[in-house]
Design a protein around this ligand. Structure first.
Ligand code: ATP
Ligand code: MG
Length: 103
């Protein structure tokens, strides 16, 4: 990995929580990583470990609560709704189909 290159995605100590009060639950714990231009990254982890939550934060589909999330050079934490919308226009998603099979 070339550390001189400006990363496409730079994530620094990102934490994320769902729920409020007694139901508040931490889902992401101090995530720090970077993705450089041209890198192909495969994220794996058990169901419920927070992969989709992290992807939605990177894609500006939800707000970063704690830590720093820089995508294409823009800080997403505390970014305005307008700048989140602008960023989303530059990101493509391919959703996997959910296949349910009964025994
Ligand atoms: N909108 C939400 N409100 C409350 N809890 C949520 C919400 N979305 C996800 N969670 C919880 O956050 C945790 C992480 O979920 P997430 O969907 O990010 O996991 P995942 O790694 O993508 O799982 P899978 O491999 O099944 O897709 C789970 O405990 C899930 O129940
Ligand atoms: Mg998922």
């Amino acid at each position: 990995m070339n550390t001189m290159t400006e990363p496409i995605i730079a994530i620094d100590r990102v934490c994320h929580y769902f729920g409020k009060g007694n139901l508040r639950k931490q889902i992401l714990f101090d995530i720090t990583t970077r993705i450089d231009p041209g890198e192909v990254v495969i994220m794996t982890g058990p169901s419920g470990s927070g992969k989709t939550t992290l992807l939605t934060l990177i894609g500006a589909l939800r707000s970063t609560q704690e830590g720093s999330m820089r995508v294409f050079g823009s800080e997403l934490r505390q970014a305005s709704e307008a700048s989140l919308v602008a960023l989303r226009r530059n990101i493509g998603y391919i959703f996997r189909p959910i296949i349910c099979s009964s025994p």
